[in-house]
Design a binder for this molecule. Structure first.
Ligand code: CTP
Ligand code: MG
Length: 232
């Protein structure tokens, strides 16, 4: 394996309302962050992970990650995009043509989806992201919160992670977006703003982002399903 994954893990997990940041909550006695990093490093094409943690993170040192030689730790920033950029700056640009970015809060990503994304990007020679088709009918609202229009559902996707791009292009796209004050919620949106292509690679919808309290049970269920080969 030879790809590096940047893992933003510097959030406080406000919506989770837990005592510690959500990436340090445990499932089967292992932190979510460790589940996520284990998933990534056990994929044959991935050799290194760069984790961006919070400035005064008191939890990271007691995880097993602190002395894993395939893991580098950097200090993240105020927004997710700042954390991602901090991680990207640790890559050796000459060696790492491609980089993946994956949320710490998505421990359920499957190897087959990682393979599909990496294969797609190499084959097409441009970046892309895992995504899943939306299930519900999507409504666009007006300012009175009445329906403005119904969107064409067949063209709507949930943006998941990982997202994979050429390192140099991603760094310049994020830097440019930040300097122009464009709001960047994922890597793809930075690339789109500069007109770079970004492929939607269909991934499993069980790649959830643990966001709210009820998601913890759901993630535990999904991880167990996957262990027993029952996942979709
Ligand atoms: N993240 C980060 N740096 C930030 C904010 C978020 O590295 N300044 C990371 C989170 O740790 C998480 C991922 O980005 O792994 C996705 O963000 P999100 O799910 O929104 O996590 P939080 O920001 O921690 O949660 P909330 O928005 O509820 O506070
Ligand atoms: Mg957030």
């Amino acid at each position: 394996g030879h790809f590096t994954v940047v893992v933003p893990a510097a959030g406080v997990g406000k919506r989770m309302r837990s005592a510690c940041p959500k990436q340090y909550l445990t499932i089967d006695n292992i932190t979510i962050l460790e589940h996520t990093v284990q998933r990534l490093l056990s994929h044959c094409a991935i050799s290194h992970v760069i984790i961006a943690i919070g400035e005064n993170d008191e939890y990271y040192p007691s995880t097993g990650l602190a002395d894993n030689k395939n893991v580098t730790c950097v200090v993240g920033g105020k927004e997710r995009v700042d954390s991602v950029l901090a991680g990207l700056k640790n890559l050796h640009l000459s060696k790492e043509q491609w980089v993946l970015v994956h949320d710490a809060a998505r421990p359920c990503v499957q190897h087959k989806d990682l393979t599909r994304l990496i294969t797609y990007c190499i084959e097409h020679d441009h970046g892309g992201l895992l995504a899943s088709p939306v299930r519900d009918t999507m409504k666009q609202a007006n300012t009175e919160q009445r329906v403005e229009t119904t969107l064409e559902r067949s063209q709507m996707w949930h943006a998941l992670t990982p997202q994979m791009f050429k390192t140099q292009e991603l760094i310049s796209a994020i830097s440019s977006a930040l300097s122009r004050d464009i709001s960047i919620t994922d890597e793809s949106s930075a690339m789109e703003a500069l007109g770079y292509p970004s492929g939607l690679v269909k991934g499993s919808s069980d790649n959830i982002k643990i966001t709210q309290p009820e998601d913890l049970c759901l993630a535990e269920f999904i991880l167990n399903q996957q262990k027993n080969n029952l996942s979709p």
